[in-house]
Design a protein around this ligand. Sequence first.
Ligand code: PMV
Length: 301
Amino acid sequence: MTAATPAPGDGRQVGVGAAPGKVILTGEHAVVYGHPAVALAVTRQTTVRLTRRQGPSAVGHSIGQDDRLHDALFRVLPREGLTIDIETELPVGRGMGSSAALAVAVVRALADLEGRPCTFEDCFELGMRMERVFHGNPSGLDHTVSARGGAVRFQRTVDGPQITPLSTPPLTLVVIDSGFAGDTGQLVQGVAARRPEIDPILEDMGALSQQIIATLERGQGGAHLGQLMSENQRLLARIGVSHPVVDDIIDTVLTAGALGAKLSGAGGGGIVIALCDDPAPVLGAARRAGYTAFPVSVLEP
Ligand code: PMV
């Protein structure tokens, strides 16, 4: 249950919390069927500022018109006594974990306002409450990586999710936004409908994720990792979750010298991630082609 008003804490008037978004380096869709995935928290974040006020809680500055936002916020925040201001550096609804970052930032801001520590368990439990409003039955990957930072290996098992922190070599990644979002639920259902024919491709994705994890563990982040990412993209296209615009972005960035590129998240649009030696020509080519593009690094845990 959520308290009606925020706890007085040590009397502070403002609480602030921030949390990062994520990209999926490997394993989307296959992760639904028990194969491993790797997600990276990135250096772009959502910040929530809570200010005490008299009367009903109200959203001040916000990040969009999503009706579900109010519902999600008040799963965790008191309905009385707060102004809630939200800012984000993440594209919203493109598979960069903006809703999970919001959830973790809200939990952290409330703990800050009430003058108490905020644990990973708080972020996970309360974040899940908010994430369910947006995603129905989320795997938990997004807000796990948002709350922990760094790189996370994630695998569903019969005993629940297995979450293992990974150490990665420095990775220079560029995110390119297609400008629109695929519908995660529909894309996941579309993959389910193509089974069992595509099961061998999902198996190949799982094996590829294992290779990517081994590559990261050896400290390799260059051309070999790029080739594995591009191979992952070819498999994602074969299960029907790419999109002509995503394919165009990938051609553009590979021609500009990216070491590898793939969609990240559910696909059908959303974002592409490109691994680079030098981000400048990749950013330039993507922007000249009319796309929003920006560099991201892995946020250290
Ligand atoms: O689009 P995102 O970032 O929410 O990622 C969806 C990832 C899927 O593997 C397609 C679905 C899932 O629940 O893991």
